[in-house]
Design a protein around this ligand. Structure first.
Ligand SMILES: Cc1cc2nc3c(=O)[nH]c(=O)nc-3n(C[C@H](O)[C@H](O)[C@H](O)COP(=O)(O)O)c2cc1C
Length: 166
């Protein structure tokens, strides 16, 4: 059985709500970034990192602090995926920028990243998380598109399973 752990950085609870929904779809364990020792992640098959973006393009505080601990930790994590909460209307120039910071931390650690997601269904001006026609993870916009969240999460979980198998 696959062991999936979701680490969350959430300031007003939106990322936590989305993580709860993901847990039901995946059978994962959730642990908040501010209480998570990266060494406790040893042995997981898939790490999912979820966090919001604040202050015009800044990764959520708890996740930022967690990534600094991860950088220094001696831990083997085979595979990871990212989801990011953001507001594509209110913060159209920095939409889910935090995803890019998480991706950079994973890349620096040599952790394989899966779960890139098409930009097609979002309206934004700029995002550091977008490379070509894909984001480096799944953006979730509870401010403007809450009605699309369940469908996005369901499709993303299917995609993760396919990528893990492939
Ligand atoms: C002051 C402020 C700054 C924000 N900055 C950004 C931003 O730069 N980019 C973005 O995509 N969303 C931004 N947002 C939107 C939040 O990321 C969004 O509301 C998210 O759902 C919050 O998730 P959380 O409750 O898990 O922290 C901002 C929101 C506020 C109130």
């Amino acid at each position: 059985m696959m062991i999936t752990v979701i680490v969350t950085g959430s300031t007003t609870g939106n990322t936590d709500d989305v993580a709860d929904e993901l847990r039901e779809l995946l059978g994962a364990k959730i642990t908040p970034a501010h209480t998570t020792d990266p060494h406790s992640l040893s042995g997981c098959d898939l790490l999912i990192l979820g966090a919001s973006t604040w202050d015009d393009g800044v990764l959520q505080d708890d996740m930022d602090a967690f990534l600094q601990k991860l950088a220094a930790a001696n831990v083997e994590i085979p595979c990871a995926a990212i989801f990011g909460l953001g507001d594509q209307i209110g913060y159209s120039d920095t939409f889910v920028d935090g995803i890019a910071d998480i991706a950079a931390a994973l890349d620096a650690k040599g952790i394989r990243r899966i779960g890139a997601w098409p930009v097609a269904d979002y309206e934004f001006t700029a995002s550091r998380a977008a490379h070509g026609d894909h984001f480096m993870g799944l953006p979730v916009d509870q401010d403007n598109q809450p009605g699309k969240t369940t469908q996005r999460l369901t499709a993303w979980v299917d995609q993760l399973k396919r990528e893990l198998a492939g």
